[in-house]
Design a protein around this ligand. Structure first.
Ligand SMILES: Cc1cc2nc3c(=O)[nH]c(=O)nc-3n(C[C@H](O)[C@H](O)[C@H](O)COP(=O)(O)O)c2cc1C
Length: 168
């Protein structure tokens, strides 16, 4: 069972949680459809007097169409046993198959957002700001050359964390 908690109750290292455990970025809902993808780049913190999350999505991701269209996205974190499933969701596109059914995750539809029953932590985020990373703003062009040989710069999405659901 997931239960609502406050952001102040969260206790983890965001660096290792995102980079090593990974998360699912999901947008959409039951009526309009949804999609999800694995992400290991992101930030959790504070901006504009609100607890905020940032995720980074490359233009070619199918999930991007849903985040662009919707007001909300969710970040879902899972127990270790789902790591392989996240690997699959991060290497296959929802354009080509029902990858969620394939890995056996169960979508839960909220008001305008979707998360997964198997998650141990869900951050429901309302998108406040979206912007593409741009070549001219890189102060370290080595990073740019290494990360974007195809110049497929991520869009970043700053979301206000409006709800936190955690496993009891
Ligand atoms: C561990 C891992 C981390 C990833 N992190 C990101 C990320 O932060 N941003 C991104 O755009 N893609 C990331 N990806 C790639 C997407 O998850 C992948 O391209 C996925 O298949 C896109 O699915 P979609 O087309 O259904 O949206 C990651 C993949 C893996 C395996």
């Amino acid at each position: 069972m997931l239960k609502e908690i406050s952001v102040s109750e969260l206790q983890f290292n965001p660096m290792t949680k995102i980079a090593k455990e990974w998360m699912l970025v999901t947008a959409g809902n039951e009526q309009r459809g949804y999609n999800t993808m694995t992400a290991s780049w992101g930030h959790l913190g504070s901006l504009w007097n609100a607890p905020t999350a940032i995720c980074y999505v490359r233009p070619q991701r199918y999930t991007k169409e849903f985040i662009d269209r919707e007001d909300y996205y969710t970040l879902c974190f899972f127990p270790e046993e789902y790591h392989k499933a996240l690997g699959y969701l991060g290497s296959h596109s929802g354009r080509d198959e029902d990858k969620v059914a394939k890995v056996g995750l169960t979508p839960v539809f909220g008001e305008g957002y979707t998360y997964f029953e198997e998650a141990e932590l869900v951050l429901v985020c309302r998108t406040l700001y979206q912007a593409p990373l741009k070549a001219e703003y890189f102060r370290d062009t080595g990073v740019m050359d290494a990360m974007y040989p195809e110049k497929d710069f991520h869009d970043l999405y700053i979301g206000a964390i409006e709800q936190v659901l955690a496993r009891e």
